[in-house]
Design a protein around this ligand. Sequence first.
Ligand code: KIV
Length: 286
Amino acid sequence: MPKKVTLPEIQKKKQDGVRIKMMTAYDYPTAVLVDESEVDIILVGDSVAMAVLGHPNTVSITMDEMLHHCKPVARGTQRAFLTADMPFLSYHTDERDAVLNAGRFIKEAGMEAVKLEGGLRVIDKIKAIISAGIPVMGHLGLTPQSFTQLGGYRVQGKTADVAKRLLEDAHALEDAGCFSMVLELMPTNVAEMISQNLTIPTIGIGAGPGCDGQVLVFHDILGLFDQFSPKFVKQFADLKVPIKQALSEFCREVSKGKFPGKEHSFHSDDPELLSFLQENKNATKN
Ligand code: KIV
């Protein structure tokens, strides 16, 4: 059994200058594959709404749907640290809702931490969740659950004013006790400045190489989701091609009667069965 990645180990990586690797997973087979890699943190992101469930954005996913995806990921993970995204409106109403919903990820779905979008505006909820003993990862910059307010999926922190606010938010998250935070879609120099000002690790996506770690979406790196492909996504493989080839080969072999062959079929030599089959060989239905 591989040794579990722990929170202190993740935090020590920043001190040691070792980059943290985080990857999304939304189901059992993916979790097994990701867990067998060197990824430190598996994130069951609300990006599942777009990458897997066909929604146009992340706001429609519910608590129950997130839990449904977290459970098989937990079953498939032996080593990586498990973090789940709290969906839109599961932590915005009040502290009680936030703690109870965060607790469901731990109690019902086998997760080890939760991730929430926002800084000072959700700080009371973050403090309440941490007080309940649940580790929290923050998320600043482009926060996709508020894409309408932000005017779309745009780079954040391009002016001194916004960069200053991002730094204040980052300090607030660190002071509240977050163990790390995602920095999404912001200029490299802003993400680098925030990372250098914090003792907790930052994990970047579209925030350049100055963060303490990097995260990408599983389906993006494998070319399995290309409804839109932002500049920051690197496709490390194009699995669409071998998948499409396998599907057309299946169709061709079924059409030609080549599949299933003997090696994929079952046979019985039971004498009674053979004589029953012989009797019924040419029987037609009345
Ligand atoms: O939902 C998600 O996958 C995320 C990452 C992209 C950081 O929040």
